[in-house]
Design a protein. Structure first.
Length: 148
């Protein structure tokens, strides 16, 4: 059951009330603040809660370098590797999520994460697998896992 996920997005301007109001399963949202800058937001869902931390801009390049390293260890075709690394090259924001939910809500959680990612046109890392904006699994343990 997913407890953590990270979104990697190229256009941070999409994050906000318009997006949150567009997704009907978000019951409520609130901004979480830090003394120095906006720290993130919290989304209340029918199945639980998603607390999101916005990675500080200074930490992003180092983090992305590590993420690139992870992607390069995966068994990808040259085309898929180039595509995934190209998507990472354009990332301008990382959102780290802590997810609270009951075990029976796992499908609802995954459906929400994939749906939100489609709005963000980003990449999402969950279960050590990288999902594209379309929901396609680009790499990781779930890439070749049997579909249930």
């Amino acid at each position: 059951m997913p407890k953590n996920a990270s979104f990697y997005i190229a256009d941070p301007s999409i994050i906000g009330a318009r997006l949150f109001e567009e997704i009907d399963t978000i019951e409520s949202y609130k901004q979480l603040e830090n003394k120095n800058e906006a720290a993130g937001f919290s989304l209340q869902m029918p199945w639980g809660q998603v607390d999101v931390d916005i990675m500080p801009v200074k930490a992003l390049p180092y983090h992305l370098k590590g993420f690139e390293g992870y992607v390069k260890t995966q068994k990808l075709s040259k085309e898929d590797l180039a595509y995934t690394l190209g998507r990472l090259h354009h990332v301008r924001m990382c959102l780290g999520c802590e997810i609270t939910h009951e075990p029976e809500a796992e499908k609802d959680v995954m459906d929400f994460l994939v749906r939100l990612n489609s709005y963000l046109n980003g990449l999402i890392l969950v279960y050590n697998s990288v999902f594209d904006w379309s929901g396609e699994i680009l790499c990781g343990p779930l890439k070749d896992a049997p579909k249930s």
